[in-house]
Write a protein that binds this ligand. Structure first.
Ligand code: XMP
Length: 513
């Protein structure tokens, strides 16, 4: 398989380079800039991309990659800091700019180049800049291939060595032809075929899982969400009944969800599922608890306890499957107080592996979320599951501020179901990152018919986002909100007022607790 190596110098958008490449069927991995020469050589890249980063090449301890990058005989593309570093390492000059340049710039192509193939010199192209330093003298063999008003070295090339550098960021959406430039680099210049598909991934992964697991048993905690469902399906394909899927019903799921998960596993996926109804226990433990953090803690601990007991009852297991995704395992490079590498790790069922002495198996840890969805599709899973909005582990408990009762859960489930139904009917579900109802611990006065009512307030939330880290409220049409409000007040007993949450994140969070 053709592979590209991305060396990360700490840019906020390094992951986007990988995503753009993967969208084109190019397999790539992101590693810290300090990756060793041995690793770089062993990786077997068909090309290397040096990412952007916040540092300056003038600094005494500025991050450098191994010179081996330029000894592999493969094409190299430097982006922003990567361009400056490449030019400096190969004998050119980089200086601080008088003006730091951020945002939109217009790129003018000055010379034919394999990198800019498809772009004409007769028109200008929008690119996105974010840099302080600039190249002022090119290394031997390099020439300028495109400029902007304030960046005479906006794109440079040494065509015979196949080294390219761009001062702007081709990986961001605001560089309108960035995907074309990256494709020129990976496919035309590096010669990658672009044959990384989820069908290939699946074929390659199944024997790997079988080899890792041998005759042992793998445990998978199923939540009904995309990641755990895809992992369960993949593992089941690989090892059949050596897989033990356990679904703990906390009683804090959306209306009809537990039933739907059981049905999907039984009827569509044909995977045996151990169903544990622990809703009474969760409700009992949460009785009278108001503090959001305590709620989360109680739910987490109770989940582990129930899960552990059930697994013991089922005869134990050797591995725990986790739906860890690629963004969770990329070693992120940070420059606060000097270069340092930290690894983020993801624990859906935190604390379990160590306590139960389980080995971890993470079959989709090389994939981005959109690739997990594509894999699910490849295995015949329906979009109604794969395109679902995220749902938090603590469930409705963090959407009922204050004390949780069965009555409140029932009310919220009804309002939430109706709200999502309307969103789907209006064709808005896929335009929204996440939408849900919240039941406030506040009663207000209303009038229905001729009678006074005194019931709860329901808040509606809907946000757009790309990763859940930042978010903005969804700008519904007023008629839509009016329709949902009217239906909830009329059809859900216990609610007599509906409000819409227009807070962005930050300063708000997506969930209310
Ligand atoms: P916040 O509320 O922090 O949420 O803006 C960001 C995203 O994370 C989800 N979320 C959780 N997911 N366990 C999860 O699996 C949790 O404890 C949890 N808390 C928040 C939230 O739904 C949103 O998508």
């Amino acid at each position: 398989m053709d592979k590209i190596l991305i060396l990360d110098f700490g840019s906020q958008v390094t992951q986007l380079i990988a995503r753009r490449l993967r969208e084109d069927g190019i397999y790539c991995e992101i590693h810290p800039f300090s990756w060793s020469e041995a690793n770089i050589r062993q990786y077997g890249a068909k090309g290397v991309i040096l990412s952007g980063g916040p540092a300056s090449v003038h600094l005494e301890h500025s991050p450098q990659s191994s010179p081996a990058v330029f000894q592999l005989g493969v094409p190299v593309l430097g982006i922003c800091y990567g361009q400056q570093l490449m030019c400096q390492q190969l004998g050119g000059k980089v200086e601080p700019s008088d003006a730091r340049e951020f945002g939109r710039a217009m790129l003018h192509v000055t010379k034919n180049s394999a990198l800019l193939n498809g772009l004409e010199s007769t028109q200008d192209y929008q690119v996105w800049m974010s840099h302080g330093d600039k190249v002022t003298q090119l290394p031997a063999g390099f020439e300028v291939i495109a400029t902007t008003t304030s960046a005479p070295f906006a794109a440079v090339a040494n065509e015979s060595k196949r080294y390219y550098g761009v001062q702007f960021h081709p990986e961001v959406a605001h560089t309108l032809d960035g995907a074309l430039m990256l494709r020129n680099f990976t496919k035309n210049i590096c010669g990658c075929k672009g044959d990384w598909t989820m069908t290939n991934f699946r074929q390659a992964t199944l024997p790997h899982i079988r080899q890792t697991v041998g005759k042992q048993r793998v445990l998978c905690a199923v939540s009904g969400g995309v990641d755990s469902s895809v992992v369960a399906k993949l593992l089941h394909e690989a090892i059949g009944d050596q897989l033990l899927c356990v679904f703990v019903d906390t009683g804090l799921l959306r209306a009809g969800e537990a039933e739907q998960v059981r049905k999907s596993f039984a009827e569509y996926y044909n995977i045996p599922l151990v169903y544990v109804d622990a809703s009474m226990l969760f409700l009992h433990r949460l009785d009278g608890v108001r503090d959001p953090e305590r709620k989360r803690k109680i739910i987490g601990e109770t989940f582990i306890e129930v899960f552990e007991q059930e697994v013991e009852r089922q005869g134990g297991a050797d591995f725990l499957a986790q739906g860890t995704l690629y963004p969770d395992v990329i070693e992120s490079v940070s420059f606060t107080g000097g270069p340092s590498a930290t690894i983020k790790s993801h624990h859906n069922v935190g604390g379990l592996p160590a306590r139960m002495k389980l080995k971890l198996i993470e079959p989709v840890r090389e994939l981005f979320k959109d690739e997990v969805r594509a894999l699910g599709r490849d295995m015949g899973m329906p979009d109604s599951l794969l395109m679902r909005h995220p749902f938090p582990g603590p469930g409705l408990a963090i959407r009922i501020p204050g004390e949780i009762t069965q009555e409140k859960i029932d009310i919220l489930q009804k309002a939430d179901r109706l709200y999502i139904e309307e969103i789907r009917a209006a064709g808005l579900y896929d335009k929204i990152w996440q939408a849900f109802a919240v039941l406030l611990p506040v009663k207000t006065v209303g009038v229905m018919g001729d009678a006074r009512t005194y019931e709860y307030v329901c808040a509606l939330r809907a946000v757009t986002s790309t990763d859940g880290m930042t978010a903005d409220y969804y700008p519904y049409e007023h008629e839509f909100l009016a329709r949902v409000s009217s239906r909830i007040v009329n059809e859900v007993r216990g609610i007599n007022r509906v409000v819409y949450d227009i807070t962005s994140k930050p300063p708000g969070t997506i969930e209310w607790e």
